[in-house]
Design a protein around this ligand. Structure first.
Ligand code: MG
Length: 324
């Protein structure tokens, strides 16, 4: 089954509520959708949102990387030669991990369709169901309490609370949310690089002393500061989840070697797709480090690819696939 063409289109969906983290505010979910045509008539689908604040990519750069660098090298490649085809994709252009992710997942989609097997089963088939958390955007403490109550009312049992925009009020935010939702709801926090090491240790120790039952803290420090993350991990009781610090399998290897985090958050838009994500899973499996499957603000198209991986591997013990 030969690749004959790669097409792209724009998807743009208004969000029910603006998405706010320490890094950015979004009103719409926009993506480049990729369709890969083959001589067998089968079409593979993929998607990449422009997450400039995290991956450095825009709608234009995703489209440009695909049409200028990736498509000319992939057209004519055989889908069945998965290793060769994905090597070609990997070498077509440096970085541009979201553009690569969209194409990678479309190739896996075709590979599964070619052999009539769902991708989650091709990649391991560990389970058929996974439970996602729901993210509460960073807003005033009262608004976050209302959002948390509503989420629990809708049946979510795990909440991811965005903090890190104003460290001074983060403790108040979490105290009020825990009070509102009760002890039965899992609460994890994501600072999205918003703290420095001193703030992170002070805030987390205060939360620990208040017995707020915070499951873990995600990416407390700027992405590059892996040494700082190791310092924070050693200074607090709460487990640390690395997100923006881990893009590639090499990043994961470094974090594991330094013992800088308890968990790794895998996102297809950071790894360049399922193949890079599987390599992180292999490192994590070898070192017994549990992984999260996360997503950017994506539609159900690319989140479906992420859900397939989350259901494929036992080492992915938690999912944060709430965007759709
Ligand atoms: Mg995160």
């Amino acid at each position: 089954m030969k690749i004959t063409a790669i097409r792209t289109g724009l998807l743009s969906i208004p969000l029910r509520k603006p998405f706010k983290t320490a890094l950015r505010t979004l009103e719409r979910q926009s993506s480049i959708v990729v369709a890969i045509d083959t001589d067998a008539g089968k079409v593979g689908w993929g998607e990449a949102p422009p997450t400039g604040a995290v991956t450095g990519e825009s709608l234009g750069s995703i489209r440009g990387a695909i049409h200028e660098f990736i498509a000319p090298r992939l057209i004519g490649q055989e889908v069945e030669n998965l290793e060769v085809t994905l090597d070609t994709l990997d070498r077509a252009v440096l970085k541009n991990t979201s553009a690569k992710a969209a194409v990678d997942m479309a190739i896996y989609d075709l590979f599964g369709k070619r052999f009539g097997v769902p991708v989650y089963r091709l990649l391991g088939g560990a389970r058929t169901k996974t439970e996602t958390d729901l993210t509460i955007s960073v807003n005033s403490p009262d608004e976050m309490v209302a959002d948390a109550r509503e989420a629990v009312g809708r049946g979510f049992r795990i909440l991811k609370i965005k903090v890190g925009r104003e460290p001074a009020t983060d403790i108040e935010r979490l105290r009020k949310i825990r009070e509102a939702v009760g002890a039965g709801v899992v609460i994890r926090v994501d600072a999205n690089q918003g703290w420095n090491a001193r703030e992170a240790v002070r805030i987390m120790r205060t939360l620990e002393a208040a017995h707020l039952g915070i499951e873990l803290v995600e990416q407390p420090l700027p992405a590059h500061d892996v040494e700082g993350m190791k310092h924070v991990r050693d200074a607090i009781e709460t487990p640390v989840l690395a997100d923006e610090s881990v893009f590639s399998p090499l990043d994961a290897a470094k974090i594991i070697a330094m013992k800088a985090a308890d968990y790794l958050n895998i996102k297809l838009m950071k790894t360049g797709g399922l193949r890079g994500a599987l390599r992180i899973c292999a490192l994590a499996e070898t070192n017994n480090i549990e992984c999260f499957m996360g997503c950017m603000i994506e539609s159900k198209l690319s989140v479906t690819a992420a859900a397939h991986l989350a259901c494929a591997r036992n080492i992915i013990t938690r999912t944060d696939l709430d965007s759709p």
